[in-house]
Design a protein. Structure first.
Length: 217
């Protein structure tokens, strides 16, 4: 059973999302929070698998709450769910440690899929978010930041480059001519060496350091 915490300042939204989640046999809503402070407290006490987190809430915002939860309880995965489709929120949420980003007008099936996806340790980047992430760094860094990437082996750097382009483990394996299990091991090593928690964070590092550059194969 995947345990879910819902954080949103609108009671009707919390009720709607709760109904969607609880309707699934493998999902369970274990708590609801009306602000970021309550979300952090409940995440700490309940230790849910996934938090569906609104960004704009009174007092402690969803971004601050995401940062606190990600830092204090790495096992809890946060999916930012908001009506605000703005780059500043996307990047801030991802940097704060969110495992994914969805708009509130997403289909219920998409929300459910997101919960299951991040609960098993994956990360969710909506295609539109990936596109904006690429555009954001289009005029960004020059040559790769070799100091930060020096901890990676050449093969790990190759794997990171493919992951940052949105490929799955199976697709990376096909491109590099290695097994999916080997790719999985390399991804785990990359995350550990870079000190990031998931593929989303690793993708940001790949773009920030110039390892991956928009339009360059």
């Amino acid at each position: 059973m995947i345990r879910v915490l819902i954080a949103d300042d609108q009671a009707v939204v919390r009720a709607g999302i709760s109904a969607i989640v609880d309707a699934e046999p493998d999902l369970e809503v274990v708590g609801q929070a009306a602000d970021g402070e309550a979300a952090v407290a409940l995440a700490t006490s309940l230790r849910p698998d996934v938090v569906l987190m609104d960004i704009r809430m009174p007092g402690v915002t969803g971004l601050v709450a995401t940062t606190r939860i990600s830092a204090a309880i790495p096992s809890v995965r946060v999916v930012v769910l908001t009506t605000f489709d703005l780059d500043e929120y996307v990047f801030a949420a991802l940097r704060a440690g969110a495992a994914g980003f969805l708009l509130k007008d997403a289909d219920p099936e998409r929300v459910i899929d997101a919960v299951r996806l991040v609960a098993r340790g994956d990360a969710l980047l909506d295609p539109s978010v990936t596109r904006r992430l690429i555009d954001h760094f289009a005029t960004g860094p020059g040559p790769a930041d070799t100091d930060r990437l020096a901890v990676l082996t050449p093969r790990e750097a190759q794997v990171l480059r493919q992951v940052a382009r949105g490929l799955t483990n199976a697709e990376v394996a096909a491109v590099l001519g290695i097994s999916p299990a080997t790719v999985k091991d390399h991804v785990a090593a990359v995350l550990g060496k870079l000190g990031v928690r998931d593929r989303v964070q690793a993708t940001i590092v790949a773009y920030e350091t110039g390892l991956v550059r928009p339009g360059v194969p």
